[in-house]
Design a binder for this molecule. Sequence first.
Ligand code: GUN
Ligand code: ZN
Length: 431
Amino acid sequence: MLKAFRATLVHCPVQSSETVYCDHYADGLLLIENGKVLALDHYTKLAPSLSKDQVIAHFPDQWLIPGLIDTHVHYPQLSAIASFGEQLLPWLEKYIFPLEERFCDERFAEEAATYFIAELLRHGTTTALVFASRQVQSVQALFAKALEQNMRLISGKVMVDRGLTQHDSTEQNIQESRSLIREWQGRGRLSYAITPRFALTSTPELLKKAAELLQEFPETYLHTHLAENHSELAEVKRLFPRARHYLDVYDQPGLVGPRSIFAHSLHLCDEQWAVLEQKQASISFCPSSNLFLGSGLFSMAKAKAAKLRIGLGSDVGAGTSLSILRTINEAYKVCQLQNINLYPEQAFYLATLGGAKALSLDAQIGNFEKGKEADFIVLDPSLQPLLLNRWKTAEDFKDRLFSLLMLGDDRLVSQTYLMGELAYQQGKKLG
Ligand code: GUN
Ligand code: ZN
């Protein structure tokens, strides 16, 4: 069935050069057939091709943009968001590990997964790369809920086989991950990420077997944390005395490649940047979390110089918002602290097509190119009075885009669509 949406359309088309840009159609029309993009153009150009009885959903003065992409978030941590006073390791021990243990309870996991998916959609996030917990129940609950919503989502069992927290045997980690891959990889729009928590909770044996699993199932991803906090770095040095640096802990067993996504990547030497570049790995930039836990400032300059694919991560519960718009605001400030401008088109790109590229999903999502899955959101500036007021004196499209990215949050998202189907509408209970 053909669906037509009329609004201000904004997206990043496929880039032929290094410079990122946004296309916008002040009065645009988006056509969707069977959940995929059929065409996009100015309303006046495309409308005459429609049959007379075609229904057009019209959103005057609203923006319709691709669904936002969160490249690193922990769903079991949602209820620990905004926990006071600690940096990474004590924060994990005090707030996070005890909470994640509760996901052995199937009902608890189902309720948390249901709430999490609903919150993603309410915040305009249509795709996410998600840490579950070490309990198989947590992964089952999340995938089941995402499948029910026909959502594009990547997740996996958190592998832990030593230190810091309760853990599973190396063999149990591998066996449970393998059977989850067999059950979920490629079902609906789901993909599996092999997910060792981080170096400190992994034996070299686990990392080696995780790499073998990645080879056995090449369509899966590798998702983990890298070089987030100075105390963590000191412990990694102690536990892996023969590693050249943190990344080497993952690189030696063969875990660094084009389907690897490393969250944070803050404290890296030039050699590590070079390895990431050579192996074409991706990074999830998590500014809200990095500021909240006092972890450090991500170097966009180094990441750009290494031509890495970068996406934005809310990293909730260490991040303080699920909103990728709010995350952009934090990213801008992190760059400012290093005297770098994060341009509005670049920021928009990171949240959409850039995120899709970081997850190797740019053939499926990220913009309104013909044939892509029609995941999109409608932003209504009248829902954020400060933005509406700011736009009264906005100079041009770039100024409107920048102020929207700085001031926007979940209040701005009036509707969220998955594959052309309404999945969230502000103020209305669906289903
Ligand atoms: N490193 C290992 N586990 C975690 C986690 O849950 N959150 C963050 N921010 N870093 C981690
Ligand atoms: Zn994280």
